[in-house]
Design a protein around this ligand. Structure first.
Ligand SMILES: Nc1ncnc2c1ncn2[C@@H]1O[C@H](COP(=O)(O)OP(=O)(O)OP(=O)(O)O)[C@@H](O)[C@H]1O
Ligand SMILES: N[C@@H](Cc1ccc(O)cc1)C(=O)O
Length: 498
């Protein structure tokens, strides 16, 4: 993909800064900020081309004349709006500035968080502007929404690392989203990234009580679901967490006043915090011009939400989940989920999705066609065309019996996601394949390995092995570094040879 782009990024100035993060966001010129701790990025992108590849072309086409609220409704991405007049406001000029906040509670975002980026992207596609807010300040406090226990306090080093990790992902994805939206107005950046620590670090407790606390009603604060639920629990709620809604509420006031942001979006669990913001804007700035919008939580078919606490979180950062495994996840979603995911997680037209749904009911439908389309679209959106090509290449190459020649990079790419082990070169060379399968832990015994080999299920670097006497030769060690063993189609073992 060739993208002509001009990007500015100001990272927080280091030395004295808590957020002196040194992450280098790839391909992005970094300008030193005159304002300490300000994290700001803007993206202007113009033409957008795609190289030919073996995957379907991406869903293109900005929809600048469309009403974003109607689109979100059609795609099950709309839960509530604070006022129905948002519908008319967003269909006429000027474009709106819309923000979504992300607290740095982990070093990567996950699939549930992607919904916020997708909704921002729909606004971009419809000609509006997007602001992603990193909660450098709110992350120190911890949002009680949807949590039954107080969040553990994060140390500053961890917060810093998390801010770097999630900022890089958000910027990467939103740049691609803005490119599809073909926003070319250089006077007004289509995407900005801000850190709320920039304004909170200068506000004293007395300022806060005077400027914010005075306008907040304790009764209203107590009635928020996040507070009510916690007060019913044995542990109760700390004053710090109780204050969270006012921090997020004041962010909206600040962004409304200083950055012209008039819409805040978030998952349905953010309703209380978002309305804290619209209330404060009404009381402090005496205007009705601010809107909140929530989207439903993305759920698995068993009704549990995609999050980060449980095992097997679908991370967006390639260092936590490779593009190959990310792709595989979507390729394997059950038929019952695929249409819902196509609507919520891709930008494919509703017509194309309806056609895929009809095809699924048709005799001769090739299983997983809809899943393949889903996997392509979501992987391309999150990891870019390059990440998608890497995932597809690995998928083809890693299929047992595949004709494609494996290389060390492809095998290393899955090394973090499948079991792996390291063995010295001279221990591996001339070892029998049966012994290697057992000593690496791929199979439990030599007799199990022999049985599998006889059934035609034991593979060395994707080639089926028939001979019981097969020994590892130098040219079986790919690029002198790795061996891929497979027991059947699913069980793999990467052997790193040192
Ligand atoms: N499955 C989801 N669908 C839509 N939005 C989500 C989902 N999960 C999280 N979000 C959004 O991301 C925000 C941040 O998530 P948060 O850190 O509170 O919880 P989480 O990442 O789901 O973690 P945990 O698994 O620990 O509950 C949430 O407030 C919510 O709006
Ligand atoms: N409370 C949001 C993050 C957020 C932080 C500050 C805001 O102004 C908005 C949103 C969450 O937990 O994900």
């Amino acid at each position: 993909m060739a993208v002509a782009m001009r990007t500015f990024l100001r990272l927080p100035s280091s030395s004295s800064s808590t957020y002196g993060c040194c992450c280098l966001l790839k391909n992005i010129p970094i300008l030193t900020s005159p304002t300490p701790n300000r994290f700001w990025a803007s993206t202007h992108l113009s033409k957008h081309h795609f190289s030919s590849s073996s995957v379907s072309p991406p869903a293109l086409g900005p929809q600048s004349n469309s009403n974003v609220i109607e689109i979100l409704e059609q795609r099950n991405l709309l839960e509530s709006v604070t006022s129905d007049s948002l519908r008319s406001v967003c269909s006429k000029p000027p474009p709106l500035r819309v923000y979504c906040g992300f607290d740095p509670t982990a070093d990567s975002l996950h699939l549930g968080n992607l919904l916020g980026i997708i909704v921002l992207s729909w606004f971009l596609r419809c000609g509006h502007r997007a602001v992603a807010l990193i909660g450098g300040a709110t992350g120190r406090v911890g949002d009680p929404s949807g949590k039954s226990l107080e969040r553990p306090e994060l140390d500053l080093e961890t917060l810093d690392k998390n801010i770097c990790g999630i900022s890089a992902t958000i910027l990467d994805i939103l740049e691609r989203a803005a490119a599809v939206g073909e926003m070319t107005d250089s006077a007004c950046p289509s995407v900005s990234i801000l850190n709320n620590y920039d304004w909170w670090k200068d506000i004293t407790l007395l300022d806060f009580l005077k400027e914010v606390g005075r306008f907040a009603r304790v009764g209203t604060m107590m009635s928020k679901e996040s507070v009510r639920k916690r007060l019913e629990s044995d542990q109760g709620m700390s004053y710090t967490e109780f204050t969270y809604q006012l921090l997020q509420g004041y962010d909206f006031v600040h962004l409304f006043r200083k950055e012209g942001v008039s819409v805040q979006i978030g998952g349905s669990d953010q309703w209380g915090n978002i309305t804290a913001g619209t209330d404060l804007i009404r009381r402090i700035l005496r205007t009705e011009g601010a809107y909140g919008l929530t989207f439903p939580l993305l759920l698995k078919s068993d009704g549990t939400k995609f999050g980060k606490s449980e095992d097997g979180a679908i991370w967006l950062s390639p260092s936590k989940l490779s593009p190959y495994n990310f792709y595989q996840y979507f390729f394997s979603v059950p038929d019952d989920d695929v249409v819902r995911f196509l609507k919520m997680l891709t930008f494919l037209s509703m017509e194309e999705i309806a056609q895929l749904e009809r095809d699924m009911e048709t005799p001769g439908y090739v299983p997983n066609t809809a899943q393949r389309r889903l996997a392509e679209e979501v992987t391309r959106f999150v990891h870019g065309q390059e990440g998608l090509e890497e995932a597809v290449k690995a998928t083809v190459a890693l299929r047992p019996g595949a004709a494609t020649r494996l290389d060390a990079k492809t095998i290393e790419g899955i090394g973090e996601d499948v079991p792996s082990c390291s063995l010295p070169y001279d221990q591996v060379l001339s070892l029998s394949l049966l012994d290697l399968s057992v000593s690496t832990g791929l199979l439990e015994s030599k007799s199990a390995a022999r049985r599998l080999l006889k059934q035609g299920g034991l593979y060395l670097n994707n080639n089926r092995v028939d001979s019981e006497g097969k020994k590892i030769e130098a040219n079986d060690i790919i690029d002198g570094k790795v061996i891929l063993l497979s027991a059947g189609k699913k069980n793999k073992m990467v052997v790193r040879v040192s």
